[in-house]
Design a protein. Structure first.
Length: 110
């Protein structure tokens, strides 16, 4: 008889738990503070806080900044274009999640 061992691994996604200030986000993504401030002004990033000194960026902002940098460099998209492109990518992600939920529901019903 074969014995099966099951190991449970618990983890936490660090990116969702961290909060960085402007300088830390700039350093973590190799992006200038000026560019990050322009992206905040244009709506690419949405930090909490009322001024650049008080801004706190979530882990999602880290991922979003890296994506913005890649789009900006690879496709030469300007700042307003980045805001639109990221909004469209967010919508695609949301629609995919809805499709997964719908697919899971139909599996349960069938």
């Amino acid at each position: 008889m074969t014995q099966t061992n099951i190991t449970w691994i618990e983890g936490m996604i660090v990116e969702n738990e961290i909060h960085m200030n402007l300088v830390e986000l700039s350093q973590a993504t190799s992006t200038s503070e000026e560019l990050i401030m322009a992206w905040v002004t244009e709506g690419v990033l949405s930090p909490s806080g009322s001024s650049p000194e008080d801004w706190r960026f979530s882990g999602d902002s880290l991922k979003r900044t890296k994506t913005a940098m890649r789009l900006s460099a690879d496709l030469e998209i300007n700042t307003p274009g980045l805001a639109l492109a990221l909004q469209l990518l967010d919508q695609i992600s949301d629609l995919r999640a809805q499709l997964v939920r719908i697919g899971n529901r139909s599996d349960l019903e069938g």
